[in-house]
Design a protein around this ligand. Structure first.
Ligand SMILES: Nc1ncnc2c1ncn2[C@@H]1O[C@H](COP(=O)(O)OP(=O)(O)O)[C@@H](O)[C@H]1O
Ligand SMILES: O=P(O)(O)OC[C@H]1O[C@](O)(COP(=O)(O)O)[C@@H](O)[C@@H]1O
Length: 321
């Protein structure tokens, strides 16, 4: 069992909406709706706690609608170290249509008073001793500068605690420059850093190896149904996802990251950890919410997840890897 802290600077209440084919500009009738406490670090924490780790959640939480979060933390056995800020945490709408198309409408989040960030930094610093990993996940509220995120990464690294990052846009650029120990972008997010599309496994591999060479030890590039490339200190594996019916892809990336951390922090052989995490992420898309390893066919999903090693030759007809 590991001790992990996840940091969500911009959590969200996720409004999951199941509907028929969406008709824009018209009245649509929904099939079901569900409101859950979410946000990347909170989802990662849920999965890790379910796998038996001791998890603390922190970040910035609006006081006006905190009740569902507090309830979820209690239900999942998460230690609550969120700094409270005035106002509401954002609500993100997730529209799932038949056929697996999911449309995310993510809000900006509230304005954060400067003293709240100072309190968060102090709290984080006081919690670092004894932690096995820190995960910083998700977007930043509108008035939090990306350089603040880089500052948090530097602080954690200075205490020799591994720090993982999962964010996007300017926050990802700034965060990567601070050299986190690990990162989990999806292909679109990493393409922005690379400056060109990463629409093939080879392109993802090259970008991941480049980041390894720049000092990010673990780079996990997710590519939806196509699966995952994981480059660790210059040596790469690729996992191909099992085919599953898609209900909601929301939380798949968070599940993947949590599954990978579980493998790494539990000392699982690399191939086994990647298979576990990829199968768990596939499990998550079959329903709303994060992946559930206790599901009856999870062993089967793992068997259907193909893992192979990759090298630059893997794509040139040379060594099949
Ligand atoms: N349609 C799918 N079928 C099977 N696995 C999926 C599917 N969509 C996502 N996954 C799994 O979830 C992981 C994360 O999904 P992805 O969409 O790449 O990340 P993010 O949610 O961060 O954008 C993928 O690498 C894959 O393992
Ligand atoms: O902080 P962002 O980038 O707006 O993302 C927030 C959203 O990400 C989620 O954590 C889902 O993330 P993934 O689909 O990448 O796993 C939702 O719960 C939340 O609404």
């Amino acid at each position: 069992m590991a001790r992990i802290l996840t940091l969500t600077l911009n959590p969200a209440l996720d409004l999951a909406i199941q509907c028929g084919p969406l008709r824009l500009g018209e009245v649509n009738r929904t099939e079901s709706t569900r409101l859950d406490a979410g946000g990347k670090g909170i989802n990662v924490a849920r999965v890790l706690a379910g796998l038996g780790h001791e998890v603390t959640v922190s970040g910035l939480l609006g006081t006006d609608n905190e009740a569902p979060f507090v309830r979820a933390f209690g239900e999942c056995g998460l230690r609550d170290a969120f700094i409270r800020v005035p106002g509401e945490t954002r609500i993100n709408a997730k529209l799932s249509e038949p056929g697996g198309r999911v449309t995310d409408l993510n809000g900006p989040g509230p304005q954060i008073p400067a003293h709240a960030l100072d309190s968060l930094t102090e709290r984080l610093e006081s919690m670092l001793p004894g932690l096995d990993a820190v995960v910083i996940s998700g977007s930043l509220p509108p008035n939090v500068a990306p350089s603040k995120l880089a500052g948090l990464i530097f602080m954690v690294r200075a205490r020799q605690v591994p720090v993982w990052l999962d964010t996007s846009g300017a926050a990802l650029m700034s965060g990567l420059a601070a050299r986190p120990s690990g990162v989990k972008p999806n292909e679109t997010e990493l393409a922005e850093w690379a400056g060109h599309p990463l629409d093939t496994p080879e392109a993802r591999l090259q970008a991941a190896l480049r980041l390894n060479a720049e000092g990010v030890e673990d780079v996990i590039v997710s590519a939806g149904a196509e699966g995952v490339v994981w480059a660790q200190r210059g040596s790469a594996l690729m996992a191909t996802s099992p085919r599953v019916p898609v209900v909601s892809t929301v939380g798949a990336g968070d599940t993947l990251l949590a599954g990978m951390l579980h493998g790494i922090l539990s000392g699982l052989p690399r191939e086994r950890g990647l298979r576990f995490a990829t199968a768990l992420a596939a499990e998550s898309v079959r329903h709303v919410g994060v992946g559930e390893p206790r599901t009856a066919d999870f062993e089967q999903l793992q068997q259907q997840t193909l893992v192979r090693s990759l090298s630059s030759d893997s794509f040139t007809g040379g060594n099949p890897g």
